[in-house]
Design a protein around this ligand. Structure first.
Ligand code: USQ
Length: 378
């Protein structure tokens, strides 16, 4: 679900290349929102049918493509019955925090789309194949930045001499992130009520363009956004470095997040799929490999950019978001590593490789997509 997206497309290729029977479904919502907000990706990508054809002729691996809206139960349940998946990877959500904060319409779309896709998936599983494993992309942002350690999904609370394990408290910083909190609650309710099996992946911001399959042909690259709405921090900083725009540190730059390489997103989803939690279980993993603050990331990009002759400036600008800019952040993320994740870390070579790739597309960078256009204060 969401097979046309930044994460969905490379995940689908990877699964197909490992011999799984894959069906990708997407309604092009993100492409449409990107056009509406003038946030087109750096590298143009063919539509899903064409990408699947290019992938098949380049690699020999096939996948089925369905265009439709997972928030429409009639469409989705028919597809679910027909394809009868053993596992569903659910990426079919409006993924941008800034988009969800634009105005009423954008907030409403985010809320409806994200909750309805999750709800429909739960019901299709419940009605047609209760053994199907739901792999749901959540976000580290569900937890926010509390002043205590963040555990892997759950917290044992002792209160007046008694103990109980609860979902770790959640307090998100945007409506988008809040929809993921609501998704988790929905999934947890239906796990308790009907014994379905779910893996909920609390993922941090992802960076990268390269994956084993995307590297086969330039037309197979993921959608690489660098604008203020769909671009994530590292991808944005790399484009800014190449375009000669000072890196946009929001506020004090102490905001710390758990980052991961796109290749590790795919690997984590694969690990989750190969190790189903069992019926009646909601299993939660914190999906990131390294912690960096915005300032640390800016320093890294500046240093590596200099190796390529780029004179990278860093500038703090007024933070368009409402978020702590200096905070405690200590997060457990051992679950996926225990199951075999061997992280691809953000080395200088990785950053340099990405910078070189961006340089190849330098002419396509529109500098007016970079400064924040959405404010949490309006
Ligand atoms: N930031 C800057 N400058 C920029 C862009 C961002 O300082 O130019 C700061 C933000 O204020 C924030 C941090 O960098 O503190 C991360 O921002 P981001 O845009 O990379 O990530 P975010 O909006 O949180 O969302 C992204 C994905 C989302 C995913 C989430 C994981 O868009 O789908 O769920 O990362 S997490 O951040 O852990 O919640």
């Amino acid at each position: 679900m969401g097979g046309d997206g930044y994460l969905g497309w490379p995940t689908a290729m990877s699964f197909a290349a490992k011999g799984h029977q894959v069906c990708v479904v997407d309604n092009y919502l993100r492409r449409q929102m990107a056009i509406e907000t003038r946030s087109e990706a750096l590298i143009p990508t063919p539509n899903l049918h064409d990408r699947a054809k290019i992938f098949e002729s380049a690699s020999g691996y096939k996948m089925e493509v369905k265009i439709g809206d997972c928030a429409d139960y009639r469409f989705f349940s028919n597809l679910f019955k027909e394809f009868a998946p053993d596992a569903v990877v659910h990426y079919a959500e409006q993924p941008s925090a800034p988009y969800s904060m634009i105005n009423f319409d954008a907030a409403h779309l985010t809320l409806n789309n994200n909750l309805n896709t999750t709800f429909n998936l739960i019901w299709a599983v419940k009605e047609f194949n209760p053994n199907c494993h739901i792999i749901k992309l959540g976000t580290m942002g569900e937890y926010g930045t509390p002043n205590i350690d963040i555990e892997e999904g759950w917290l044992e609370v002792e209160h007046k001499g008694r103990k109980h394990k609860f979902l770790y408290p959640r307090q998100a910083g945007s409506l988008y992130h809040t929809t993921k909190v609501l998704d988790t609650d929905l999934l947890w309710f239906y796990v308790r009520a009907y014994g379905i099996q779910v893996t909920d992946l609390m993922q941090g911001p992802v960076y990268g363009i390269a994956t084993e399959e995307a590297d086969i042909d330039d037309r197979l690259v993921p959608n690489f956004h660098y604008d203020d709405i769909f671009g994530t921090l590292i991808n944005r900083f790399l484009v800014q470095a190449v375009a000669g725009i000072p890196l946009t540190v929001y506020g004090k730059g102490g905001q710390t997040r758990g980052y991961l390489n796109l290749k590790d997103t795919i690997r984590c989803v694969e690990i989750a799929m190969s190790n189903p939690p069992g019926k009646g279980q909601l299993r939660i993993f914190n999906q990131f490999t390294e912690l960096f603050s915005v300032n640390e990331m800016a320093d890294k990009v500046k240093r590596v950019g200099a190796n390529l002759g780029l004179d990278v400036l860093v500038r703090s600008i007024e933070n368009p978001r409402k978020e702590p800019e200096n905070h405690y952040y200590n997060v457990v993320n051992s679950g996926l590593k225990d199951l075999g994740l061997n992280p691809n870390l953000l080395t200088d070579e990785v950053l340099e490789g990405m910078l070189r790739r961006v340089i190849m597309h330098k002419d396509r960078i529109s500098t007016d997509k970079i400064l924040p256009r959405v404010s949490w204060n309006k």
